[in-house]
Write a new protein. Structure first.
Length: 143
């Protein structure tokens, strides 16, 4: 239940998130029953298209030790829930995680490219600056 409260505090809608956790009875997302999903992209219900999802590059920060995690997704709310629920093995020891930066991009492919380039930087000072400025355009040459 703490995961749902955490997601709601981040501005997620309750009706959307209730279906993303198997511990909640009669769980539904967008009025379609869905199982818990642990992949990189969100599941689709009958009649849905990928155009309904926005593509993001995001940076999470561990509230435990301040370390950053860079990722990309087409369903940011669900992905954040997955991270904080421990569905990503490499992040379990960093929970809880908070969203400190997000940038919407045109396609998931573009998001993956930016994610890969940001991860190659391996420089905490640059990531700190991106988070502080809320923008990656100043690093266009690197990203």
């Amino acid at each position: 239940m703490a995961e749902l409260e955490y997601a709601l505090a981040l501005g997620a809608s309750a009706e959307r998130l209730e279906g993303s956790n198997p511990s909640l009875p009669n769980a539904k997302i967008n009025n379609y029953p869905r199982p818990w999903f642990s992949g990189r992209s969100a599941p689709m219900a009958i009649g849905e298209t990928r155009a309904q999802y926005m593509n993001f590059v995001y940076i999470l920060q561990s509230e435990k030790n301040g370390r950053y995690y860079i990722g990309s997704t087409n369903d940011l709310e669900l992905r954040l829930l997955e991270h904080n629920a421990g569905k990503t093995k490499s992040l379990r020891h960093l929970k809880p995680l908070k969203l400190v930066f997000k940038k919407e991009v045109d396609s998931l492919n573009d998001a993956r490219k930016i994610e890969k380039k940001l991860k190659k930087l391996k420089n905490g000072n640059i990531i700190d600056k991106i988070v502080a400025d809320g923008d990656i355009t100043g690093f266009a040459a690197m990203v």
